[in-house]
Ligand binder design. Structure first.
Ligand SMILES: [Zn+2]
Length: 263
């Protein structure tokens, strides 16, 4: 366990009240993964720690470190994504993405990809270039895939043949089926076999398939694609359900996102 002084550049995923005066920061860093740092007195408007102790701040932090405890010594803002707070949908999406990053990030495990994805997503949420649903979908699929849960969208899971456009995507298994194999599965299900996995099956349009593969390809900007509204809605549902199936947890921040976007 490190003792003495430490420093990091990182993104505040969460800032939790610790008693009446202090805050506990959950910071995503490139070199050390997720770190928690106690910011003494950060509640006070007069505290020098207050500005750097907010969610969505990307900053440089120095801290005293003893065992697993860290206490903030100094901090400066590199970039603030506070602008996401200007609009409720964007704020809800950003809060949810931070919660997902917190679940996926591990302590003392470098994860520069997750940090980059989180920063890029926040950056785009403060701009008007892509729909919020698209930013959220790209983050969900890229983040969960980066954590080792990448689906195979190329080869049919049953017959092993390459499928240019799969007939169905199994969100639980992370695999696809060609039209022939899907038909066989549907027939089998009528006789009571494999009914369980049926709820995780979703159909894919060519447009949605291309978008999913683009996000997974790792080539170029994963956010850069256009889909008609209806297909974007499908993509959004698929990426969200895929993440939830793979991680098998629920997010209050996601419920809130749905509350504010369904009205
Ligand atoms: Zn097949």
């Amino acid at each position: 366990m490190p003792n003495g002084e430490g420093s990091c550049r990182g993104l505040v995923l969460r800032s939790t009240d610790l008693g009446d005066h202090d805050k506990l920061l959950t910071v995503l860093t490139a070199e050390r993964g997720k770190l928690t740092i106690c910011a003494k007195g950060a509640h006070s408007l007069k505290s020098k720690y207050m500005p750097v102790s907010q969610q969505f701040i990307y900053g440089d932090y120095t801290f005293r470190e003893k065992g697993e405890g860290r206490w903030l010594k100094d901090g400066s803002i590199v970039e603030s994504f506070f602008a996401v707070r200007a609009e409720l949908t964007r704020l809800a999406a950003a809060s949810y993405l931070m919660a997902v990053a917190e679940v996926l990030a591990l302590e003392e495990e470098p994860d520069p990809e997750l940090l980059r994805l989180s920063l890029n997503s926040l950056h785009l949420l403060t701009a008007d270039k892509y729909p919020v649903a698209q930013i959220k979908a790209v983050f969900e699929l890229a983040a969960v895939s980066g954590a080792g849960f990448a689906p195979d969208l190329v080869f049919c899971s049953d017959c092993g043949k390459k499928t240019p456009y799969p007939a169905a995507f199994d969100l639980a298994g992370g695999v696809v089926y060609c039209a022939d194999c899907l038909k066989k599965r549907e027939q089998a299900a009528q006789f009571g076999e494999g009914r369980e996995e049926y709820t995780a099956l979703t159909s894919l349009t060519p447009g949605v398939t291309d978008a999913l593969r683009h996000i997974l390809s790792g080539a170029g900007n994963p956010f850069a694609f256009r889909l008609p509204e209806e297909e974007l809605r499908q993509l959004s549902g698929i990426c969200e359900r895929y993440l939830l199936f793979q991680l098998d947890i629920s997010f209050k921040t996601l419920d809130f996102y749905h509350e504010v976007t369904s009205s």
